[in-house]
Design a protein around this ligand. Structure first.
Ligand code: DGI
Ligand code: FE
Ligand code: FE
Ligand code: FE
Length: 187
């Protein structure tokens, strides 16, 4: 598996706009890894693959979640959460990615989870603040990301939770666990 062919394969899964976002996440994840003593090589790989299945049809993702017995409770939560779990499965299935740290960072990049690894945090945060992102609160999250991954991620999850509440949607329990746990990590 070489990075260039993986790049080509990933680009083919998605429209140009999503590919541009992916390149932004790669660039940002490498920067965050250098800033916060993470692993730049794994950060680049996980960032490249994080939205691998994002543009896949809903039916295809649902079938994979059922057939591969990925976390079944996903199905009652927002469909936006599905691509992360499906993507982690797909890059293993299609490209033989077996590094569990990388697969977990892909799997939990949307929801977060309790005890996020440094790699989980870097990929999830990079996804929120890559240069192409524009939503209310993003500049504050970018500021926080200059000194603390945890503070930035809490603010990022807060903004997602606020939107979910506004729209009357369920909150996936791992996001609540992630936020509570990150608050506990602040000193
Ligand atoms: O795939 P991206 O658009 O780059 O970003 P993402 O994978 O972080 O997806 C974010 C979307 O997921 C965002 O629109 C909010 C939605 N979502 C739905 N339910 C939840 C959720 N996000 C979190 N963190 N937790 C949820 O329960
Ligand atoms: Fe995503
Ligand atoms: Fe995210
Ligand atoms: Fe993304």
């Amino acid at each position: 598996m070489n990075l260039e062919s993986l790049r080509e394969a990933t680009r083919k899964q998605m429209p140009d706009k999503r590919w541009k976002h992916t390149l932004g996440v790669v660039e940002t994840a490498i920067k965050l890894a250098k800033r916060f003593d993470g692993d730049p090589v794994k950060s680049e790989l996980a960032a490249l693959l994080h939205d691998y299945s994002k543009a896949w049809a809903i039916d295809r993702m649902e079938a994979i979640i059922r057939e591969q017995r990925l976390s079944m409770d996903l199905l009652v939560y927002d469909k936006e959460l599905w691509h992360a779990h499906v993507g982690a499965w797909a890059v293993q299935d299609e490209h033989g990615i077996t590094d569990e740290e990388v697969l977990d960072a892909i799997r939990y990049h949307t929801s977060g989870r309790e005890n996020m690894t440094k790699l989980d945090k870097i990929v999830c945060l990079a996804d929120y603040i890559e240069p192409g992102r524009d939503y209310p609160g993003v500049s504050k999250i970018r500021e926080l990301a200059k000194h603390s991954v945890e503070e930035a991620l809490i603010a990022a999850f807060d903004s997602t939770i606020e939107v979910l509440i506004e729209r009357g949607k369920r909150i996936f329990p791992l996001t609540v666990l992630a936020r509570n746990d990150l608050i506990g990590q602040l000193k």
